[in-house]
Design a protein around this ligand. Structure first.
Ligand code: UDX
Ligand code: UDX
Length: 458
């Protein structure tokens, strides 16, 4: 079949994989080729069990794979034949040298830029999907124009706003698609080519265009604002625990103000995921670079409150359980950073597990999708940890349950049965406020939510 255009995506992760599957599904006349340096990941994309769990993803991959959606490891060939290249490689927080713990580690991203330059034989549009510090598109352009090979590369910024667990829904029906381009004739032409792809399913008025830097910055700011709402409500949750207020009631009352809105006001054990912390730290680094220390401090506070919330959760457990966890069995319900994903990157459950092990507790971890990742995240820890698929088995014999992830499953369990199987007094610490606390209390549990006074039998 003759395709209208050939798209390549470098990086078959949580962002590249689903995004390309949706483009291929909606645009049968484009060939969409997804490459990755990790051969195992690619073979999983080609198998019956995809490398990531995402509701609805199997169906769209099955519909497009082999028709106009392809997964392979031949990056060079992919670059040669592509007209449009999406770059979706990971850009974690740097762990070494200048900016360690703050700035983005751009080594994969730069290596990819150089590889594009080396292998290209024809002009290409390069679309930046990875979240990057502002002005990296400019750096990309500088690398790509560093030789006089006569090939024109036009760099666009097109940040992805999908959230894990709802990626397919978000891609199918996005609030907006943002495209940043240079304002030159060539920049605008490239921008229009990308608009043409999205117009296959996204209403025109939701596709917005800006200059490259506004687009790059908007992505960081959107994530910073979302995370800031969670840290704000989590900060208030501590005050609620000390008074007779209930954070669920407060956030409902506050969120009904249409100027504030009700979303992202659920108090929790803390936010996780690969983006929020990394993007805020990028923003902080950028502000410091420009000497804007007050602005940097303001945003850094969002991450500090998040760390504090995770620490506080474990300290509350310790205090409630008579100031010692040594030798006690603690069962974690959920390990993923949020429901409906197997992803555990920056999951609050990692921090909580490490702190519980420091207190010499024995951990029993259960999660419907994230146990393999959990095993990997905790592999360096010396301590007693078991990974158990069945939540009833995991809870049996435990002194306490800590709900870490808001999987529906955990609000639907037979807690009467669970209570019978546990050590007494039995404690439950609901880090997501998803269980029916009054009912649990009636069953006999000592119940500790986030942002509400505890319900205890002593
Ligand atoms: C990544 C970035 O982390 C995020 O900042 C950006 O917004 C989107 O892309 P994600 O897809 O969640 O997010 O990352 P990950 O699941 O780690 O996928 C990246 C993939 O790129 C991996 O499969 C990795 O093997 C691949 N990769 C990495 C390459 O193909 N080449 C490289 O040089 C480096
Ligand atoms: C986020 C952004 O939402 C998305 O637009 C961007 O593209 C990538 O980063 P993601 O990290 O996948 O998406 O999930 P999100 O739903 O934003 O949740 C992030 C974390 O915040 C999770 O740990 C979640 O449990 C937590 N959260 C969310 C709360 O604690 N309370 C809330 O009210 C909402």
């Amino acid at each position: 079949m003759k395709f209208k255009k050939k798209i390549l995506c470098i990086g078959a992760g949580y962002v590249g994989g689903p995004t390309m599957a949706m483009i291929a599904y909606k645009c049968p006349e484009y060939k969409v080729n997804v490459v990755d340096i990790n051969p195992e990941r690619i073979s999983e994309w080609n198998s019956g069990k995809l490398p990531i769990y995402e509701p609805g993803l199997d169906e769209i991959v099955k519909a497009a794979r082999g028709r106009n959606l392809f997964f392979n490891t031949d990056i060079e060939k992919g670059i040669k034949e592509a007209d449009i290249i999406f770059v979706s490689v990971n850009t974690p927080t740097k762990k070494y040298g200048a900016g360690a713990g703050m700035a983005a580690d751009l080594q994969y991203w730069e290596k990819t830029a150089r590889q594009i330059l080396e292998c290209s034989e024809s002009p290409k549009i390069i679309v930046e999907k990875s979240t990057l510090p502002v002005k990296t598109a400019l750096a990309m352009e500088r690398i790509l124009t560093s030789t006089d090979n006569g090939i024109h590369f036009e760099v666009l910024s097109n940040p992805e706003f999908l959230a894990e667990g709802t990626a397919v829904k978000d891609l199918e029906n996005p609030d907006r698609v943002l495209i940043g381009s240079s304002q030159t004739e060539e920049g605008l032409k490239a921008r229009d080519e990308l608009i043409e792809i999205y117009e296959n399913w996204v209403p025109k008025e939701r596709i917005i265009t800006t200059n490259v830097w506004s687009s790059e910055l908007s992505k960081l700011v959107a994530n910073a604002f979302l995370a800031q709402r969670i840290s704000s409500i989590n900060a208030i949750s501590e005050l609620c625990e000390k008074t007779d207020a209930d954070i669920t009631e407060v956030s409902k009352a506050v969120g009904l103000d249409s100027r504030i809105g009700s979303k992202f006001l659920n108090a929790s054990v803390g936010f996780g995921g690969s983006c929020f912390q990394k993007d805020i730290l990028n923003l902080v680094y950028l502000c410091r670079h420009y000497g804007l220390d007050q602005v940097a401090d303001y945003w850094e506070g969002v991450v500090k409150i998040n760390d504090y919330q995770k620490d506080r959760f474990v300290l509350n457990m310790l205090k409630a359980m008579f100031n010692t966890l040594a030798g006690k069995k603690v069962c974690l319900f959920g390990f993923a950073f949020k429901a409906n994903t197997g992803d555990t990157r920056e999951s609050p459950a990692i921090t909580v597990s490490r702190k519980l092990i420091e207190e010499k507790a024995e951990l029993r971890i259960t999660d419907p999708e994230a146990l393999n990742n959990a095993r990997n995240d905790l592999k360096d820890i010396k301590g007693k940890i078991s990974f158990i698929e069945d939540p009833y088995e995991a809870a049996s014999g435990s002194h306490a349950i800590a709900i870490m992830t808001e999987w529906d499953l955990y609000s639907e369990l037979d807690y009467e049965k669970i209570f019978q199987s546990m050590n007494k007094p039995a404690f439950i610490f609901d880090g997501r406020n998803i269980a029916d606390h009054n009912k649990l209390f009636e069953i006999g549990f000592n119940v500790y939510g986030v942002g509400r006074p505890p319900l205890t039998h002593f």
